[in-house]
Design a protein around this ligand. Structure first.
Ligand code: TYM
Length: 327
C-alpha cells in the first residue's frame, strides 16, 4: 500500500484554508493509502511559543483531525516530537542542504524579515519538513499550494542523497487540490488566509461561532462592480469567496455564477454564511466530544508507537548508508 504523510502546525486558529487545502484531502486518502497525519510541534517552536498554549494547541489539532473525519483505525495520528527520528533525520538532511537553496525559500523570507536575529530554526524549517516526509518512505504529500516550494526542496534533497549515496529515500509527490489549494485572506485577498494574521475577520476558523462566521463573511472585501463573476485578477476578493462557496457546496464556479446572475453581493454572502455554518457545525460538535476525552491521548500514544516502528527502520537504513554509529 502506498504511503501518505502530512502535518499541521499546532498554532491555534486552524482555518478554512487548512481544511480545504489539506485536512479534507486527508480524509479522502485514508481509503486508498496508508496515511500518517502528524501534529508538527517541532515546527511550531521555530517561533516563540508559550508551553501551556502549545500543549493545548497540540490536542486541539489532534481533535480536529478526528473531528473532520480522520479515522485512527485507518490512519496513524501522532505528535512529531514523540518520534525522535524527525529531529535526527532533520540534522542529517541539514548536512546535505545548501544555505543558498534555503535562503531562497519564500516562507523563510516572509517570516524572517531579513533580520539577523531571526531564529535559525526558521531557516532550516523546510529541512525538518523534508525529514518528516522522508522518514516514512512517503509517496504522496497532500498540502495546500503554499507548501509547493518546500515539497520541491524535499524532492531535491531525496534525489541528491540517492545520487551521492546508495538509494536511501523514496522521492515523494505533492498532491494539491484545485479547489481550496489556496484560500485567500478575507480582508486582503492578495495574501493567503493565515492562522497568525492579526485581524480575526481575515479568516474563518473551524471552531468559530456562527455569529463570527457571519460577521467575517459579511465584512469580506469585494469590489464595487456589483456583478457576480469569477475573475481572480480584477475581482480577487469575490473570486476567493466563490472558491470557498464551490469547495463547501460541491457546486462548480460556473454553476455559482449562473445561480447569482442578476443578484447582488448581499444575497451571495448570506448564502455563503449559511453554507459555511452548516459545513462547520458537525466538525465543531465532534471536536467538543473528542477534545476532552482520554481516547484522544490513547490514540496519540498508539499513533506514536506505530510511527516510531516505521521511523526506526528508516533511520537504521539512513545511518547505514551514511556510515553513522557502530552498526
Ligand atoms: P500549516 O500548519 O501552515 O498548514 C497546514 C496545511 O494547510 C494548508 N494551508 C492552506 N491551504 C489553502 N489555503 C490556505 N490559505 C492555507 N494555509 C495553509 C497548508 O498548505 C498545509 O497543507 N509546513 C507545514 C506543516 C508541515 C508539513 C510537514 C506538511 C510540517 N511538516 C510535512 C506536510 C508534510 C505548515 O506549515 O502547514
Amino acid at each position: 500500500m502506498k504511503r501518505v504523510f502530512s502535518g499541521v502546525q499546532p498554532t491555534g486558529n486552524i482555518h478554512l484554508g487548512n481544511y480545504l487545502g489539506a485536512l479534507r484531502q486527508f480524509v479522502e486518502l485514508q481509503e486508498e493509502y496508508q496515511c500518517l497525519y502528524c501534529i508538527v510541534d517541532l515546527h511550531a517552536i521555530t517561533v516563540p511559543q508559550d508551553p501551556k498554549e502549545l500543549r493545548k494547541h497540540i490536542l486541539d489539532v489532534a481533535a480536529l483531525y478526528l473531528a473532520v473525519g480522520v479515522d485512527p483505525k485507518k490512519s496513524i495520528v501522532f505528535v512529531q516530537s514523540d518520534v525522535p527520528g524527525h529531529s535526527e533525520l532533520g540534522w542529517i538532511l541539514t548536512c546535505s542542504s545548501y544555505t543558498g537553496e534555503l535562503s531562497r525559500m519564500t516562507q523563510f523570507k516572509a517570516k524572517s524579515h531579513n533580520k539577523a536575529s531571526a531564529p535559525a530554526g526558521l531557516f532550516t524549517y523546510p529541512v525538518l519538513m523534508a525529514a518528516d516526509i522522508l522518514l516514512y518512505d512517503t509517496d504522496v504529500v497532500p498540502v495546500g499550494t503554499d507548501q509547493k516550494q518546500h515539497i520541491e526542496l524535499c524532492r531535491d534533497l531525496a534525489i541528491r542523497v540517492n545520487n551521492t549515496r546508495k538509494k536511501t529515500f523514496v522521492v515523494p509527490e505533492g498532491r494539491y487540490l484545485k479547489a481550496g489549494a489556496r484560500i485567500m485572506s478575507l480582508d486582503d485577498p492578495s495574501k493567503k488566509m493565515s492562522k497568525s494574521a492579526e485581524n480575526i475577520h481575515s479568516r474563518i476558523s473551524l471552531l468559530d461561532e456562527p455569529s463570527k462566521i457571519k460577521k467575517s463573511i459579511m465584512k469580506a472585501t469585494t469590489d464595487s462592480e456589483g456583478i457576480i463573476r469569477f475573475d481572480k485578477e480584477e475581482k480577487p476578493g469575490l473570486s476567493n469567496l466563490i472558491n470557498i462557496y464551490s469547495a463547501l457546496s460541491d457546486k462548480t464556479v460556473d454553476d455559482i455564477v449562473a445561480m447569482y446572475e442578476g443578484k447582488g453581493y448581499g444575497d451571495f454572502k448570506k448564502d455563503l454564511v449559511e453554507i459555511t455554518v452548516d459545513a462547520l457545525a458537525p466538525i465543531k460538535e465532534r471536536f467538543d466530544e473528542i477534545r476532552s476525552s482520554q481516547e484522544l491521548i490513547d490514540i496519540l500514544e498508539d499513533g506514536a508507537e506505530k510511527a516510531n516502528a516505521i521511523a526506526e527502520k528508516t533511520m537504521a537504513r539512513v545511518k547505514d548508508n551514511f556510515g553513522l554509529g557502530l552498526k
